[in-house]
Design a protein around this ligand. Structure first.
Ligand code: NAP
Ligand code: MG
Length: 477
């Protein structure tokens, strides 16, 4: 028996899978299995969806805003009370550095507070239409919705889907990734302890191909909110077409980091490594393509490599660790394949590229230079600790190359020229940008992608709108 929950959380109870099947959980820093989690069957899924629908119709939808607000503030308080256990669990489950895990649990609590506070401030409009009549809109919840979440930021992403969905009056079935289900199950249990009605939040670990697909196909599920790979996102969108199910998709990226000569080049160089290597590069916002104006290229590269070599890579349970292992052996091999291919093409590895001499799926942060525009490492998402840096001479040509990517999620622009900053920010085809900073995820602001990086927005009031239908009502005068 473990001291944390490992079963399905359905209708207010932890319970084993009907098939008794489980998913082994490996600690990526030690390569050891430390527990196994129940894997939902289609029968379990039916119970979860029916329970969520029941909770929607009989309880959650009609609670007063005040009551829903109190319950979500209560859940935020429960997260804070359990923050150290949640952070330790995330660290063990995916090798996330403990300091980051603590920050992410805090973010999860804040997200619940933000949407708890939004409930009573979110409403429709009255609209002047023809003479004498009266027209108003209602923002109505959709029903039972499903959130399918990835393994790279398991807890905060689960929170930033569940919280606005609940705040808007929906009930939620949450499917965590098979590699990172532990904090999601814990969240389900905390929601119950905080007094949310039975069935309001169901947590259903299980195979993406089976449980994920069945959620997308289920007639009672009114929306799928997904974060993960572009391939699976496209597949979900296709499946969702059969009943015009609402989707919001937050997918892959190949985000640019653009350094102009008129910026504070040293600050850009020293801060940029963590814009790609944080979370061991397993970040859809990772700035993995760096464009540097030719005249400051050498200086920037030197600063970047020096800062990269100083990053603390190792034991994720140590407070000082900045970079932990990759989530799995397979995920490390993907990065190694990119690095090997670049070496084979004669590209320069300025630092990194090797495994650490210890157990765990560790890989040194790797900087690749002299890449060409058609190189796979320059064009494709690596989702590991690998960055490429290229010089540019002309702003217009550089922007063409930036926008040639099928992705458009995030990016940074470094310049002290205000006109240039605004011009380039308008031109980059991306949902989220930062200027003279790498900070692009703010819980109060919309987050999501252009092009193949997704559809719809998480966070901010945009997310809450995305979990409602607008109804327009006209009363004759
Ligand atoms: P993934 O397959 O897209 O997994 C994300 C989530 O979708 C998981 O909960 C997964 O469940 C579920 N899923 C998988 N197949 C599904 C299906 N047919 N229908 C419905 N849900 C399904 O991502 P991955 O395989 O873990 O990682 C592969 C690549 O995706 C990475 O290398 C990276 O490029 C990208 N990625 C991007 C993000 C992001 O934040 N945008 C996050 C993670 C990964 P299971 O875990 O049970 O398969
Ligand atoms: Mg997959």
């Amino acid at each position: 028996m473990s001291d944390f929950p490992t079963e399905l959380f359905i209708n207010g109870e932890l319970r084993p899978s009907k098939s008794r099947k489980t998913i082994p959980q490996i600690n990526p820093a030690t390569e050891e299995q430390f527990c196994a989690v129940a894997a939902a069957t289609l029968e379990d899924l039916e119970d979860a969806v029916q329970g969520a629908q029941q909770a929607f119709v009989t309880q959650w939808r009609d609670l007063t805003p005040r009551k829903r607000t109190d319950l979500l503030f209560g859940l935020a308080a429960m997260i804070r009370k359990n923050s150290e256990s949640l952070a330790q669990l995330e660290c063990r489950n995916i090798g996330k550095p403990i300091a980051d895990a603590r920050d992410e649990v805090e973010l999860g609590a804040r997200v619940f507070e933000y949407y708890a506070g939004a409930i009573g401030k979110f409403f429709g409009q009255t609209i002047p239409v023809g003479r004498g009549g009266f027209d108003f809109t209602l923002r109505q919840p959709m029903g039972a919705v499903a959130a399918i979440v990835p393994w790279n930021f398991p807890f905060p992403i689960a929170c930033w889907k569940v919280a606005p969905a609940l705040a808007a009056g929906n009930t939620v079935v949450l499917k965590p990734a098979s590699q990172s289900p532990l904090t999601a199950i814990y969240l389900g249990k905390l929601a119950h302890e905080a007094g949310l009605p039975v069935g309001t939040l169901q947590v259903l670990p299980g195979s993406g191909g089976q449980i994920g697909d069945a959620l997308v196909k289920h007639a009672l599920i009114r929306k799928i909110s997904f974060t993960g790979s572009t391939v699976v996102g496209a597949h979900i969108m296709e499946l969702a077409a059969h009943d015009l199910k609402r989707v919001s998709l937050e997918l892959g990226g190949k985000s640019p980091n653009i350094i102009f000569a008129d910026s504070n080049v040293d600050e850009a160089a020293s801060s940029s490594p963590m814009s790609v290597f944080a979370n061991t590069g397993q970040d859809c916002c990772a700035r993995s393509r760096v464009f540097v104006e030719r005249s400051v290229y050498d200086r920037f590269v030197e600063g970047f490599v020096t800062a990269t070599k100083k990053l603390v890579v190792g034991d994720p349970t140590d407070d000082k660790t900045q970079i932990g292992p990759l989530v799995s052996s397979a995920q490390r091999e993907i990065s190694e394949k990119f690095i090997g291919e670049a070496q084979g093409q004669g590209r320069k590895i300025a630092c990194g590229g090797k495994r650490l001499n210890r157990k765990g799926y560790f890989l040194e942060p790797t900087v690749i230079l002299e890449v060409q525009p058609n190189d796979r490492v320059w064009r494709e998402e690596v989702f590991g600790p690998v960055v490429s840096i290229r010089p540019f001479e002309d702003e217009t040509k550089m922007l063409e190359e930036v926008n040639a990517s099928p992705y458009g999620l995030s990016g940074s622009i470094w310049t002290n020229n205000l006109q240039r900053a605004l011009r380039v920010a308008r031109a980059v085809e991306s949902g989220v940008l930062s200027i003279n900073s790498h900070s692009s995820v703010h819980l109060e602001a919309p987050f999501g992608g252009f092009k193949q990086s997704g559809i719809g927005r998480d966070l901010g009031m945009n997310a809450m709108e995305g979990y409602t239908e607008v109804k327009n009502v006209y009363i004759a005068g």
